[in-house]
Design a binder for this molecule. Sequence first.
Ligand SMILES: [Zn+2]
Length: 436
Amino acid sequence: MGRAVLLTHQTIVISHGEISQSGNAGEIVPPAGAEMINGAGKTIIPGLVMLHEHLYYTIPLETFFKMGETPFTFFNVAEMPSSFPRMYLAGGVTTMRTAGSIEPQTDLALRRMIGEGKLIGPDMDVTGPYIERKGFDIPSINIIKDTAEAAASVNFWADKGCTSFKMYMHITKGDLRNVVREAHKRGLKVTGHLCSVTYREAAEIGIDDLEHGFMASSDFDEAKKEDAFDYPEAHQALQNLDVNSPKMKSLISFLVAKKVALTSTLPVFEPVTNREVIQGGGGDAVVDVVKERVTTGWKARQFKDSAAANLFARELVWEKQFYDAGGLLVAGTDPTGSGRTIAGYADFREIELLVEGGFTVAQAIKICTLNGAVYLKRDKEIGTISVGKKADLVLINGDLSKEIRNIRNTELVFKNGVGFDSPKIFASVKGKVGMN
Ligand SMILES: [Zn+2]
């Protein structure tokens, strides 16, 4: 395992897609004829390995009216096959896991086309369609009817090339047991955005990862019934939980002992008051009509989100407690929610928010690089700047250790030793997010 350290005056040599030399400037002699990039005043970090990404995005709908006058709308997402893969790359993400898919066939095809060099984007660990029971009116979500179908869908989508699975909020312990069994037989991993199953129950069954930090934990709802979904109660219990609760400490110790990873997805929970509409400085990327709707929702919640802001602040502390207890904290952005979170830009924001939460810059970068690689069991080839690893690197203008917002000044992203111009890629998607 690498250390979370920042070094100065380093020279890195890339050749044949790999890091061939790395060390103190002056001790490393670049090969004759090598193309030189002067990094004075700049920061270089490993390519980001982000584990809660999607190739789709929330398009807020207007309110419909169903029979009578009851207001009705539904949670609407749309695949962004053209803009999102390249935006992740421009945001420094060289490896990612999609954490749930609405068009698994599209995600798999995009991974293939990126591999064939037809599109630019990160290497992808593609998660199958959500494994969920009937419950929400989210038209794009996949619904199973029983535990047998839970197992069958793992095998169906694993045969098609999916390498991860995600359980959702209404599943049963039986569903999870079957999915874990079938996925683990193939060496594949299972994560969950849970509610009907508690974190402790999921860890006992053998889940590998839990999404959204502790925000999806129903463990603190004292009246919770087995396999029952009661999000309002679960959420209220979190709202009431003390930041130094011994119950949380006990859950953290249990998860660490069971080696369950925890995925931080701070951007999707970031409060609105006095904060950006589109996070990470990505406002220009969103098509006008969608940006207008997102902005309307953001304005409506200004100065009305104190409870959410308060829980967000405690979530930051709990993630730090998990990390400090030796837990494998990994990260992602979750470009869903109210539409403020978009590919690439939100990855910058996740790093900034980890630092807001008290992590050092080096720890925040480690969470977003090496820890993701460890989870994916790819830490021998990616995740740190080490000789022999793939040349996946991000060059940032400015000293990141002095000002974390410098992450937004990402200049070059190297994937397999090939450099991509981040500002140029972002310029190419101006006004496109929300359209394709
Ligand atoms: Zn998600």
